[in-house]
Design a protein around this ligand. Structure first.
Ligand code: 5GP
Length: 115
C-alpha cells in the first residue's frame, strides 16, 4: 500500500474541488464526471482496497464515510430522488486509483447492470 494521486490531493499539493472535509475523510469532485454530481469520498488514511480495511479498528471510519455520503447527497439535493454509491475494488472491479474511495453519483437515472 503506497501513495497515489489522492495522497497529493489530501496534502493539497495538487488542486481539487473539495466539498467535504474532516480530520479523517475528504470528498472532492471527480475530474472526469460520469453524472451531473460525481464526488469521490476517501479516507485520509491510506487503505488501498476493501481487503485491507480493518473491519474492527476502521469501523468508525466506515461510519464517517457514510456520514459524508449522507451530508454530501443532502447538500446536492439528491436525498429525495436517490443516488448511487460505488466502490470499484481491484482489477476486475475497475479500480484505477489504489486508494479506497466511494464514488457518489447522482443527478440522473442510473443504469443496471453496470458495464
Ligand atoms: P476508480 O476507477 O479507481 O474507481 O476511480 C478513480 C477516479 O478518480 C476516476 O473516476 C477518475 O476520474 C478520478 N481521478 C483520477 N485522478 C484524479 C485527480 O487528479 N483529481 C480528481 N478530482 N479526480 C481524479
Amino acid at each position: 500500500m503506497g501513495e497515489t494521486i489522492f495522497s497529493k490531493i489530501i496534502r493539497k499539493e495538487i488542486p481539487a474541488a473539495v466539498v467535504y472535509e474532516t480530520d479523517s475523510v475528504l470528498a472532492f469532485k471527480d475530474i472526469n464526471p460520469q453524472a451531473p454530481v460525481h464526488i469521490l469520498i476517501i479516507p485520509k488514511k491510506i487503505i488501498d482496497k476493501i481487503h485491507n480495511f480493518d473491519t474492527r479498528s476502521d469501523s468508525e471510519l466506515l461510519a464517517e464515510l457514510f456520514q459524508a455520503a449522507q451530508q454530501i447527497a443532502e447538500e446536492h439535493g439528491l436525498s429525495k430522488n436517490g443516488y448511487r454509491l460505488v466502490i470499484n475494488n481491484g482489477n476486475d472491479g475497475g479500480q484505477e486509483v489504489e486508494h479506497l474511495h466511494l464514488h457518489l453519483l447522482g443527478g440522473r437515472k442510473m443504469n443496471w447492470p453496470p458495464g
